[in-house]
Design a protein around this ligand. Structure first.
Ligand SMILES: C[S@@+](CC[C@H](N)C(=O)[O-])C[C@H]1O[C@@H](n2cnc3c(N)ncnc32)[C@H](O)[C@@H]1O
Length: 259
């Protein structure tokens, strides 16, 4: 087995096998959220840190106008190629979700699986929320999903997935190596084992996520008054079952409304 130590996002073909299969619950939930919470018709969507475009493509296929950005040029290229193959306009550009401006406003935006926690400082996170406020029209919404750090011990610090596409099988494990609440860093290690007919590959990565308690996120949000917190859900993606966020909550989707 060949071992590569590198950035998992530089291998969108394997990332996408793992995560693209898991689109339905998020897709249905987000559509239901647009319907329930937006105070305008939702036709234009934006996904910051869109990665391979696994969700954007599903929205485009049912008629939304979609756009996204991502820091990683390989993810952007993968996403745009996926759209080209379906004869859809290329939606993604390379960009920093903490420093961008859209040409026209969108009606809703979403960012679901911890990408927001890649922003390493309060300044970057606030800048992201301000960029999003400039991107979303009044009455529109932003659904932001990520893991909170509970004030007590976390209930789970390891996750694993496996998926197959054609002859390529990918297994992954991700676990917390170090949780440091003072500098607000959770160091995570991710290992992908890739089995294809002609090769076996192990991809190892380690990266920091910024940590948020529920109170820390509320304070961040208070610094960007263009956003009003209107509802909270968890990763079961049940739009008829909002949750109450407490100090112990671990996974949350904040629905923010653009004032
Ligand atoms: C967990 S993946 C999620 C991708 C996609 N949103 C999805 O749901 O599959 C996180 C993505 O965030 C991107 N990313 C990290 N920091 C970023 C930044 N500052 N601006 C834009 N994208 C960023 C990575 O390149 C990666 O594609």
């Amino acid at each position: 087995m060949r071992l590569i130590r590198g950035n998992v996002y530089d291998y969108p073909q394997y990332y996408d096998i793992l995560f693209a299969a898991d689109w339905k619950a998020e897709f249905r939930f987000l559509r239901a959220c647009f319907q329930k919470h937006a105070r305008r018709r939702v036709a234009r969507l934006f996904e910051p840190a869109c990665g391979t475009g696994r969700l954007l493509v599903k929205f485009a296929q049912v008629g939304y106008q979609v756009g996204g950005n991502d820091l990683n040029p390989r993810a952007v290229a993968y996403c745009n190629a996926r759209f080209r193959r379906r004869r859809l306009p290329e939606p993604a550009c390379q960009g920093d979700m903490a420093d961008f401006r859209l040409r026209g406003k969108v009606d809703a935006a979403f960012n679901t699986i911890n990408s927001f926690r890649h922003l390493q400082s309060q300044r970057a996170a606030a800048s992201h929320l301000r960029c999003m406020a400039a991107a979303v029209a009044k009455g529109g919404i932003y659904a932001l999903g990520f893991h909170l750090t509970p004030t007590g011990p976390p209930s789970c610090d390891e996750e694993s997935w496996s998926a197959r596409r054609g002859s390529v099988a990918v297994q992954s494990r991700m676990w917390t190596v170090k949780l440091d609440r003072r500098p607000r860093e959770e160091w995570v290690r991710m290992v992908l084992d890739i089995h294809a007919s002609n090769q076996q590959l192990r991809l190892e990565d380690a990266f920091p996520f910024r940590t948020y308690t529920a109170a820390q996120f509320r304070r961040l949000l208070a610094a960007v008054p263009e956003w009003e917190l209107i509802e909270t859900y968890d990763f079961t993606y049940q739009v008829d079952q909002p949750v109450c966020v407490t100090g112990q909550t671990e996974d949350v989707i904040y629905v923010l409304a653009r004032r």
